[in-house]
Design a protein around this ligand. Structure first.
Ligand SMILES: Nc1ncnc2c1ncn2[C@@H]1O[C@H](COP(=O)(O)OP(=O)(O)O)[C@@H](O)[C@H]1O
Ligand SMILES: [Mg+2]
Length: 144
């Protein structure tokens, strides 16, 4: 396999996204130069009329995202103490935000799960992985 150097892991807290993170960790253990960014996107799409309610929901989602990434940084710190790693919370449509992040930060590989936290089990791909596969400018490794 080509040697990737700037990997992006899309993490939503699901088992498959943890598996995606572990795949990146395995690659990094064989390649000290591999840099890993992990992003989680929060998406306050609900039609909320009250600005106050919206702000409190957004706050709650931000806290959840930070907690999710705390789990990730603990794993990374333990497994890859000498690698360059970053975690980031994105806001907006997850598929769009993941692709945009990958472009803006010159990622050469995106690793993500085939499924995530919700959705219909009979569908092979979740909507976020589908969107990223369609729009990404770099290779995408889908973990199942
Ligand atoms: N909000 C998100 N932020 C970052 N990555 C995500 C997010 N949602 C999904 N992903 C990534 O996309 C993969 C597939 O999830 P998704 O397409 O949402 O399927 P599902 O419909 O089963 O939830 C996840 O394993 C994860 O890697
Ligand atoms: Mg999902």
């Amino acid at each position: 396999m080509r040697k990737y150097t700037n990997v992006l892991v899309a993490y939503d807290g699901s088992d498959l996204s943890m598996k995606a993170l572990n795949e990146a960790i395995t690659m990094a253990k064989e390649n000290p130069a591999l840099q890993i960014d992990v992003v989680t996107a929060l998406n306050p799409t609900a039609q909320i009329s009250s600005a106050v309610v919206y702000a409190s929901i957004l706050n709650e989602l931000r806290k959840e995202a930070v907690d999710l990434l705390k789990v990730v940084s603990d794993v990374l710190y333990e497994q890859l103490p000498n690698h360059v790693v970053r975690t980031m919370v994105l806001e907006g449509n997850p598929g769009n935000e993941i692709v945009k992040y990958a472009n803006d930060h010159e990622r050469d590989l995106i690793i993500m799960g085939s499924r995530g936290l919700n959705g219909l089990r009979e569908w092979f791909l979740g909507s976020v992985s589908h969107a990223v596969l369609q729009r990404s400018h770099c290779p995408v490794l889908i973990i199942k």
